[in-house]
Design a protein around this ligand. Structure first.
Ligand code: DOR
Ligand code: ZN
Ligand code: ZN
Length: 396
């Protein structure tokens, strides 16, 4: 088949280091199947499925199951993220070696929802990770610093009286784990960087030669705390939407390479968990089907990132960070490729009920964008085309 890509932009398939698929445990909000369709439609050929499932992905039984489900569905390579500890608030390190050696070949370990707040436990986790050659993805949220705090020190959250994660809750962990990674000879990856201060800490740590990488979400690049004025729970997310000056610093850092990549933190939630009061709603927002459109709008169209740079931040760097050798790189002639064809001029409006995700908690509902992935190929097979995902199992 000859595909006419005229006027479109051909990029390596996107790699998402941070996706919540909710299987096992909350299959009413997302499954490996529905999340894989959303990923394919978003131009992704690989996603890393976060560990805060139920049961928690803290053993090879769970991580291998998630990996196998991804293979059966066959729309995107689903790489399980393993939990660092047994249980999300665990005090005991998980058998990371068993998960790394399983069929799911876990390369990234994390505790999402709750970071490893105990510094001693984190030091041991980093030493263990260094011995295995795997990465620790740190959510950089010190839960004890949320007590008595507002979402950030900025005027909006304080005026609205919104409780949440202050900047220090993030930055203290970034600084701490940069130092612990240095001493352990480990690699640490900072999830969803959200403050200007984190950007400064990343520069400092890099200057020290510390092996630290970082991601930023599309929503922290585009949205800010002015969104919170309406108290609409769809805007509740961890880390919270911060000030416009933070978003500007994050954009600058992505352009400069201080932040390595974009990751969605795709976090599906049921309507009943999002319809209540702001403070009671579950944190998180959808991201897979809108990430490219948001990045194009906030950074490509105004200048800042070229399409070449988009390949870097959405495909090459995340593939390198995760140690994937079959993603995010040019392919030789005749080799099955992971590719996405993007139409930069597609004018579309996000409708929450038209997304492939089983959930509808997108902050972009009724917003219009220009760019859209129109064709995704996983190892040469079509996984999504013109807004329709291929049937699960079809490509196996
Ligand atoms: O907003 C968030 N949602 N942040 C997290 O760290 C967890 C995630 C989720 O699982 O819903
Ligand atoms: Zn997180
Ligand atoms: Zn997350």
């Amino acid at each position: 088949e000859v595909i006419d890509g005229g006027g479109r932009v051909l990029l390596p398939g996107f790699v998402d280091l941070h996706t919540h698929l909710r299987e096992p445990g909350r299959e009413d909000t997302e499954t490996v199947e529905s999340g894989s369709a959303a990923a394919a439609l978003g131009g992704y050929t690989a996603v890393f499925a976060m560990a805060n499932t139920n049961p928690v992905a803290d053993s090879a039984v769970v991580t291998d199951h998630v990996y196998r489900r991804g293979q059966e569905v066959g729309l995107v390579d689903v790489h399980p993220v393993g939990a660092v500890t047994i249980g999300l608030k665990g005090e005991k390190l998980a058998e990371m070696g068993m998960m790394a050696a399983g069929v799911g070949r876990v390369r990234i370990f994390s505790d999402d929802g709750v970071c490893v707040a105990d510094p001693l436990l984190m030091r041991r986790a980093l030493e263990y990770a260094a011995s295995l050659g795997v990465v620790i993805a740190q959510h950089a949220e010190e839960p004890r610093l949320t007590i008595g705090a507002v979402a950030h020190e900025g005027p909006t959250a304080a005026r609205l009286g919104l409780a949440g994660w202050p900047r220090a809750a993030e930055e203290a962990i970034v600084a701490r784990d940069a130092l612990l990674a240095r001493d352990a000879g480990a690699r640490v990856h900072i999830c969803h960087a959200s403050t200007a201060g984190t950007v400064e800490l990343l520069k400092w740590a890099r200057g020290q030669g510390i092996s630290i990488t970082a991601e930023v979400t599309p929503h922290h690049l585009l949205l800010d705390d002015s969104r919170l004025e309406t108290f609409d729970a769809v805007n509740r997310v961890n880390p919270p939407l911060r000030e416009a000056s933070d978003a500007a610093a994050l954009r600058e850092a992505l352009i400069d390479g201080v932040i390595d990549c974009v990751a969605t933190d795709h976090a599906p939630h049921a309507e009943q968990d999002k319809c209540c009061e702001f403070a009671a709603a579950r944190p998180g927002m959808l991201g897979l089907e809108t990430a490219l459109a948001v990045v194009a709008q906030v950074l490509v169209e105004p200048g800042g990132l070229s399409w070449r740079d988009v390949a870097r931040v959405m495909s090459e760097r995340p593939a390198q960070i995760a140690g994937l050798d079959d993603q995010g790189r040019p392919v030789a002639v005749g080799e099955p490729a992971n590719l996405v064809l993007v139409d930069p001029d597609h004018a579309w409006t996000v409708r929450s009920d038209e997304l492939a995700s089983l959930s509808a908690n997108t902050p972009y509902a009724e917003m219009s964008f220009d760019a859209k992935p129109v064709l995704t190929l996983l190892r040469g097979r079509v996984t999504a085309r013109d807004g329709v995902a291929a049937d699960p199992g079809e490509n196996r």
